[in-house]
Design a protein. Structure first.
Length: 356
């Protein structure tokens, strides 16, 4: 076996149905009593329900302006509110945008976080925070932003739209795929990555026909956690770099961007990552002879997800700039990063061509 280093991040994870009822206990366990609840504008009702169930003894307020890519001005407004209310913890209820806001508040205030993920984006188990200011998204790693408690409540994911279910599920798969060929890959994250891909690849086609299927929702959410741990434990490569560059610079949906790009970044790296590709293929449940890149492309397209950059708001004239941004501070990557090849990758993704 290859020598390896494995750095586990501390985490308390509660997984099940109806687990949102445990938020009050978790607030007490943290020694807190003044929670500021965070949601996106679309999930304000869920936030109000949680606030009502906690009562004024435990919840001091609700901030419901979390949006994609964690803009710094929104964070500053939330920090101001947390300070005015003398909040002693945050409870982030929502997808990666809301969890990102909780992390950004924690970075500035050291407030402990309870996070209740309702998509499969997987920010909850990472010490990574991406923030956007003046159209530029920068990413940093800090233990200050790692949530103290993750509560997965499968029931809260039943209402997730079909599109976000599939795209966010493929966002999770992207964490696992890159973990399998990351510079810090190790046998433990390999296991989690394989399990995460297998659960999501099995669940997504079921959910595209039957979004209320609780077993499939449970598989998808568990898979998202496994993939999130991978993302939190090892580093990223070209795929995440391109997604951050494109999503942040051109304000595209994070999950859509991951979904469209993953088949193409996998194809780019495939000649240099054969053992990882074998693991991806065997967990996607695809017919023999189909490549990992094509398997992921088909998973998106066959389940109604977008598969072309031109369909998710990207402009053709911005492709060159996207490559330049991605090349500025590149992550280590198995295949050499060559500008012309990366541009060809983006052109294929722009048109939505099925990769090799
Ligand atoms: P999101 O959080 O913006 O959610 C997408 C939409 O779905 C929102 O309108 C939200 O209100 C709605 N929604 C979420 N859950 C729902 C539910 N269960 N039912 C109904 N509606 C629901 O999108 P996302 O893809 O989850 O997260 C993207 C953000 O997360 C980006 O800013 C990205 O950078 C960040 N992210 C960070 C990391 C990390 O490790 N730092 C990892 C993954 C994603």
């Amino acid at each position: 076996m290859q020598p390896f280093v494995y750095n586990a991040l501390p985490a308390r994870v509660i997984f099940g149905h109806g687990t949102i009822s445990q938020v009050s206990t978790e607030i007490h366990n943290l020694g807190c009593s003044k929670a500021l609840i965070l949601t996106s504008p679309g999930q304000i009702k869920a936030g109000q329900t949680l606030q009502a169930s906690l009562g004024p003894e435990l919840a001091v307020g609700l901030f419901s302006k979390a949006i994609l890519h964690t803009p710094v001005d929104v964070t500053e407004e939330a920090v101001q509110l947390a300070q005015t209310l003398a909040a002693d913890c945050v409870v982030a209820l929502g997808g990666g945008s809301t969890i990102g806001l909780g992390k950004a508040i924690a970075l500035r205030t050291d407030l402990p976080q309870i996070v209740i993920p309702t998509t499969y984006a997987g920010s909850e188990a990472t010490a990574v925070l991406g923030q956007t200011q003046d159209g530029i998204k920068t990413t940093q790693k800090s233990m200050k932003v790692l949530p103290e408690v993750i509560i997965y409540d499968v029931d809260l994911t039943l209402g997730l739209s079909l599109r976000t279910t599939i795209t966010s599920g493929i966002n999770a798969i992207a964490h696992a795929v890159e973990a399998l060929y990351a510079a810090e890959a190790n046998p433990i994250t390999d296991l989690l990555a394989e399990q995460g891909i297998e659960r999501l690849a099995r669940a997504l086609p079921i959910l595209s026909k039957d979004p209320q299927n609780k077993d499939a929702r449970s598989d998808a959410l568990y898979g998202a956690w496994a993939c999130s741990v991978c993302a939190g434990t090892v580093g990223f490569a070209l795929h995440h770099k391109l997604c951050h560059a494109i999503g942040g610079t051109f304000n595209l949906s994070h999950a859509d961007t991951h979904t469209v790009l993953l088949p193409h970044t996998v194809a780019y790296n495939a000649p240099f990552t054969n053992p990882a590709m074998v693991k991806v293929v065997r967990n996607l449940g695809i017919p023999e002879g189909v490549s990992a890149a094509r398997g992921i492309y088909d998973l998106a397209k066959n389940n109604g997800a977008p598969y072309a950059l031109k369909d998710i708001g990207m402009k053709e004239e911005d492709l060159e700039r996207a490559v330049d941004v991605a090349l500025k501070n590149p992550y280590p990557n198995p295949a050499p990063l060559e500008r012309e090849k990366m541009l060809a990758l983006l052109r294929d993704a722009y048109e939505g061509r099925r990769p090799a």
